[in-house]
Design a protein around this ligand. Structure first.
Ligand code: NAI
Length: 795
């Protein structure tokens, strides 16, 4: 027995185990066997599978493998519960959510122990982080339920929501999904991950205990096949998914064209950037939280250390010294830092990736004798000597593996940070506030933590840029994923005048009676990079007027034209996105002014093409331009005040290069309604104008030319809309596509988007009117992505 003095010397300590018995007793109460929770009742299952404790490989329970019939029953239950739940007053929903929050708090230790048993994460984390945050999410969203009617007037639930979650934060991911869905009046079918379904089942039990109406929350367990059945079920209105980018792609493909709403929270390879002036000891502790928290099985894990070259050696020495003190062991031991890896398949994947890296020449460092042998454990690992393009530097390992690289200048740090297909999060460590914020703006990611890492709160949206997915969870942004504007039947403007051939008072141009070809000099070209461009194909297409007469020709655009237009849009993006909102507003007003100056000519042309009320359409287009000019410097971010010493700045940023495919009717207004919000927020666009009436767009480029719109901000490619939209959707350098058109075209665009997981905003032609009259903030929200920059206050 060592003396106390010796213990102080060695700092050795014995185990401090948390008792597993209460959680095991709860499993025993259920006979270690669970069915699905559907319509407030437990439904027995035909097939089942085992769930393991990864720390000792023992079976914890058997749970049901959800069949299509189970999924169908759950979706039907959710559908049946929807009318009553969605019309339940906000205050009543708030009380349910609050009751759920309180129940989680009251049973917090049971939840924490069960989570650690099932997932292998250290009890310190499940007890101090996962479960308190779960309670916080329900309490926070109880508040949204309470104030929804005032805060989101005119909005209602999306409907029946299918939610598919991963195994790394089983109950927390449930909370992130279920709380906002229920708060806003949706009903839910949740599918937990097959490795970790137990806390979701305990949660279902407390939902029953608080009297949540039957069918409002349904839980169907099972693997990817069960998930796929839920995704494909026609009775589901929205899918919310967190998991791998690969499965995210499959889900985008499966839902393409179905009209289902979709939010995807996918993988990451997040940079942890340390400058030479950083508090290095603080940064080392941050790094421990960034990559060894939850065994590194965190979508936003700081798995790529980027350290300034001048301090690289000293910093890595500190990291290795700290790694040697990390304890890997029984997750229920309160004194351990790193628990078990969730499943053997994950352990194999981590091992394989590291060994492949070693074979490729990477240096792999692990502290000696770090791991117990009776479960699925992997030691903390530091990998050096890798190039930025190597597999280990690019692939999401999802384990306790840190890859280190160095940089010299801040610009190089940003370039390296952005050198992956992901964009989920980043940490920036420096004492220089200018540098911190500058680098934070430069890194393309949904969350940036300054001198901190892995901070989460219900008030602050979380989600990705690029292939890390789209949609946000948390905060007002997250809430908006679960609502939709309710149809309004009121005095919308009428687009087509009753007498299509009438000449209105302001338009003295005589109606066209001469059906011959227009003079050759009126054959407009495409508009790419601020220049008129001939179509690559060398073909033109005829444009017909409302009466069937030929009124012009436009170029037949193809893949190459789109490619050139995307290049032009990309080249100018930095400058346009970096311009001030005020500057962009000035330019949009100027476009409106110049369009107004030529309104007669535009009205005549519109009438000629569509037979509609051209003057009214031009007026509305001018008004829309004014609206988005107004918002260019008014659609701002917000400051979240999470319950930490700090603030999170929610900053809207442009998405990038956006492809736009316009509706057939109302060619000018349709185009302006899509292009104006995008460019007002700093995006650059490649527009495919109305296929039938493209001349409105080709005329517009003259207005753009005279209005100081920089070359490349708006590019116009005429041709067959759905063909060109497909090229845009499949183009890896296009960041989003907005589409108004046919059901078939919508499916093509949505499934074409999976290459780089671009965001799509698609509508059917029949929705065109509602797109054009949409409240501006809705289009603006689609035109930006929110970056949350977390700034700690105080030392
Ligand atoms: P996964 O993406 O396959 O699983 C996540 C969830 O999706 C689970 O509930 C699963 O049952 C479900 N699912 C699987 N296939 C589906 C399908 N076709 N349709 C609908 N749902 C489906 O992730 P997995 O296999 O557990 O882990 C593999 C790798 O994915 C990890 O090593 C890690 O790199 C990454 N991953 C990333 C996560 C993140 O939060 N970023 C979370 C989980 C995994």
């Amino acid at each position: 027995m060592p003396s106390v003095a010796e213990l102080f010397e060695t700092m050795a300590w014995g185990p401090a185990p948390e008792a597993a018995e209460p959680a095991l007793a709860w499993l025993d109460q259920h006979g270690r066997r669970f069915g699905h929770f559907i319509s407030g009742q437990w439904r027995a299952t035909e097939n089942s599978f085992e769930v393991f404790n990864p720390a000792n490989r023992q079976v914890l329970a058997r749970v049901g493998q959800g069949s299509p019939a189970d999924v169908d029953a759950a979706v039907n239950a959710a559908r049946a519960a929807l009318p009553a739940w969605s019309s339940t007053p906000g205050h009543a929903r708030a009380r349910y959510l609050y009751a759920l929050a309180r129940q989680v708090q009251k049973h917090s230790r049971l939840f924490a122990v069960l989570e650690s048993l099932d997932n292998g994460k250290p009890i310190r984390e499940s007890r101090d982080l996962d479960i308190p945050l779960v309670a916080r999410h329900f309490a926070y969203h109880a508040g949204w339920a309470q104030v929804m009617a005032e805060e989101l007037p005119g909005y209602g639930p999306v409907g029946v929501v299918g939610q598919i979650i991963p195994w790394n934060f089983p109950l927390l991911m449930l909370a992130w999904k279920v709380a906002p869905a229920l708060a806003t009046g949706n009903t839910v079918v949740l599918k937990p991950a097959e490795f970790t379904p137990l806390t979701a089942l305990l949660f279902a039990e407390i939902a029953q205990a608080v009297g949540l109406p039957a069918g409002v929350l349904n839980v169907v367990t099972g693997d990817g096949e069960t998930g796929a059945a839920l995704v494909n079920h026609p009775g589901v209105d929205k899918i919310a998914f967190t998991g791998s980018t690969e499965v995210g792609r499959i889900i985008r493909q499966a839902t393409a064209g179905s009209g289902k709403r979709l939010s995807l929270e996918l993988g990451g390879k997040s940079p942890f950037v340390v400058f030479d002036d950083a508090d290095l000891d603080g940064a080392v502790e941050g790094l421990v939280d960034a990559i060894w928290f939850n065994q590194g099985q965190v979508c936003c894990a700081g798995s790529r250390l980027l350290v300034q070259e001048s301090i690289e050696r000293a910093f890595l020495d500190k990291v290795r010294r700290r790694m040697a003190t990390l304890r890997v062991g029984d997750p229920l031991d309160k004194a351990i830092d790193i628990g078990a890896i969730v499943a053997p398949s994950q352990l194999e994947r981590i091992t394989q990736l590291v060994e492949d890296g070693r074979a490729d020449g990477a240096e792999v460092w692990q502290p000696p004798d770090a791991c117990p042998v009776d479960g699925w454990f992997y030691p903390p690992t530091l990998v050096t000597g890798v190039g930025p393009a190597s597999e280990l530097a690019q692939v999401e390992v999802f384990g306790p593996v840190l890859v280190a690289m160095s940089f010299r200048t801040p610009a190089e740090a940003v370039a390296l940070a952005n050198n992956t297909r992901y964009g989920l999060a980043a940490s920036v460590w420096t004492q220089d506030i200018d540098q911190a914020l500058d680098v934070a703006r430069g890194i393309q990611a949904g969350t940036i933590w300054i001198n901190s890492t892995n901070l989460f709160d219900a008030s602050s949206g979380f989600g990705g840029y690029r292939e890390s997915g789209y949609g946000r969870e948390g905060g007002r942004e997250g809430l908006l994923e679960y609502v939709r504007r309710m149809p309004v039947v009121s005095g919308q403007w009428s687009v087509t005048s009753s007498d299509a051939t009438a000449t209105d008072a302001t338009d003295h141009w005589p109606p066209t009676t001469d059906h011959s070809f227009p003079p050759i000099d009126r054959t407009p070209k495409m508009y790419i990079g601020g220049k008129q461009a001939r179509p690559d194909s060398g073909y033109s297409r005829l444009v017909y007027g409302a009466g069937g007469q030929v009124i012009g020709e436009v170029g037949e655009g193809n893949r190459k034209d789109i490619r050139n237009a995307v290049e032009a849009a990309r080249a100018t993006l930095g400058g346009w996105a970096g311009a001030t909102g005020y500057n962009r507003a000035q330019i949009l007003y100027y476009v409106a002014e110049n369009l107004a100056a030529r309104s007669d000519e535009f009205a005549r042309r519109l009438r000629e093409m569509t037979g509609g009320d051209g003057a009214a359409e031009v007026e509305l287009a001018i008004e829309r331009l004014f609206t988005f000019a107004a918002y260019a410097d008014k659609f701002e971010g917000s400051v979240h005040m999470p319950p930490l010493r700090g603030a999170a700045l929610a900053v809207p940023e442009p998405i990038g290069v956006v492809g736009v495919a316009c509706a057939t009717d109302r060619p000018l207004l349709g185009l302006v309604s899509l292009v104006a919000p995008l460019i007002s927020m700093g995006n650059t666009v490649v527009v495919v104008p109305s296929e039938r009436s493209p001349l409105a767009a080709t005329d517009l480029y003259q207005v753009l030319d005279t209005s100081d719109v920089p070359a490349g901000v708006v590019n116009i490619v005429t041709g067959i809309r759905d063909d060109l939209a497909r090229v845009l959707a499949e183009h890896d350098d296009v960041d989003a596509v907005w589409y108004v058109g046919s059901p078939e075209g919508r499916r093509t665009v949505e499934s074409g988007s999976i290459g780089n997981m671009k965001r799509t905003w698609s509508h059917l032609e029949s929705d065109q009117l509602s797109v054009e009259t949409l409240p501006a903030d809705e289009a603006l929200r689609e035109a930006v992505q929110i970056k949350n920059i977390w700034i700690p206050f105080g030392a």
